[in-house]
Design a protein around this ligand. Sequence first.
Ligand code: SF4
Length: 74
Amino acid sequence: MQDLNEDEIQKEINELKKNIPDYKPISAQGRLEICATCPSNTDIGQGVRVCTDCGCLLALKVRFPFTSCPLGKW
Ligand code: SF4
């Protein structure tokens, strides 16, 4: 294996970064705004809204960083 100096390592890192898609975490509010325009967002009464695709309570689901939209919207 070839030894790389610091500049060459940085150059390799910069090349790798170009191939990684931007990862921008969306806030809970941002997620709710996306859900607000979605036909799967359903009021089940008393202002409680669920996603009919995953069955989750949206007010809770959007707050957990490990959750995701089943339709890939966020
Ligand atoms: S989680 Fe996705 S599919 Fe469900 S209501 Fe939100 S945007 Fe729609």
